[in-house]
Design a protein around this ligand. Structure first.
Ligand SMILES: NC(=O)c1ccc[n+]([C@@H]2O[C@H](COP(=O)([O-])OP(=O)(O)OC[C@H]3O[C@@H](n4cnc5c(N)ncnc54)[C@H](O)[C@@H]3O)[C@@H](O)[C@H]2O)c1
Length: 268
């Protein structure tokens, strides 16, 4: 059921790779809620072609951009404002990648070239996106910018590897840039700290299935799915959350505040 929560709103959605992606589900729901937007992803992800299907379904244009490349971001943002016919009301940063995780390097044995690359893609890209939006004055007043994160930024999950550090940095950028975006343009900036979710990025983490079941058993409401995350994200893009900014918002069925659950005790 749609509520027209985003009627007339314009945006950019980063990171829809396939139908499991959190960004994919968010794009579908934003469309149902009345938004128009541009879809973007790294040129290499485009070659897989699935994003075309989503663009068709949502009546969106696709503009490829490597989120670590400021020229790409300039092009994406200026063209999006032209195509959509006005400044942006919302932006979703749904991007993450660790080369160390991909290559199976242990946290205590990182290749620092890989560390830098993962940091740039997963964290600094959020600053680059916001700096480009800010310089181009591309956000509408009372607009909303959201990035996705994970609780390994606060607590240790050994197999999350260097992504834990990247997420801590990402969350700090949301607070720091959120201050200036709020003061200068009345734009809010938040991160959503999502439950483990079976997507391409999520499943890349070693031992992901165990991780997922453990979180399910530890969360009073169960894990939040990608669809649940899309729903929460849409509320943050809507006019009902105008004064929420510079927050890291846990969206995890209660996992983050649970010490232990009955199910987990019974396992022992
Ligand atoms: N899946 C989980 O368990 C989980 C949990 C909490 C937070 N998150 C976060 O949610 C976000 C979305 O991930 P997902 O789970 O939907 O997985 P996903 O693999 O579907 O999405 C990750 C996206 O990042 C894009 N990307 C990678 N490098 C890029 C670059 N240089 N420029 C532009 N885009 C690039 C990929 O193409 C892909 O579309 C990520 O920030 C992830 O860390 C995921």
């Amino acid at each position: 059921m749609a509520y027209n929560l985003l009627k007339g709103k314009r945006g950019i959605i980063f990171g829809a790779l396939d139908e499991n992606s959190i960004a994919w589900k968010t794009a579908q729901l934003a469309h149902d809620e009345g938004a128009t937007f541009v879809l973007t992803n790294a040129p290499v992800a485009m070659r897989m072609g699935q994003i075309n299907e989503l663009a068709k379904k949502t009546g969106s244009e696709i503009i490829p951009a490597d989120a670590t490349n400021v020229e790409d971001l300039e092009n994406l943002i200026t063209k999006s404002v032209e195509i959509l016919g006005g400044k942006l009301d919302f932006v979703l940063h749904s991007i993450g990648m660790s080369v160390n995780v991909r290559k199976g390097n242990h946290y205590t044995d990182q290749n620092y070239k890989y560390t830098e690359k993962g940091w740039d893609v997963s964290a600094v890209s959020f600053h680059k996106v916001m700096q480009t939006l800010h310089k181009n004055d591309a956000m509408q007043e009372w607009g909303s910018i959201v990035a996705l994160t994970y609780m390994a930024a606060q607590r240790t999950f050994p197999d999350y590897n260097d992504m834990a550090d990247n997420k801590a940095y990402l969350e700090s950028i949301a607070r720091s840039f959120g201050y200036f975006f709020g003061k200068d343009k009345k734009v809010r900036v938040n991160t959503i700290s999502q439950s483990p979710t079976p997507t391409t990025a999520g499943s890349g983490v070693k031992g992901f299935d165990g991780f997922l079941s453990y979180a399910e058993k530890m969360s009073p409401l169960g894990n939040a799915t990608a669809q649940d995350c899309a729903e929460y994200t849409v509320t943050l893009f809507s006019d009902y959350t105008k004064k929420v900014t510079m927050q890291n918002l846990f969206h995890d069925g209660g996992f983050s505040n649970t010490g232990v659950s009955q199910e987990v005790i019974e396992k022992f």
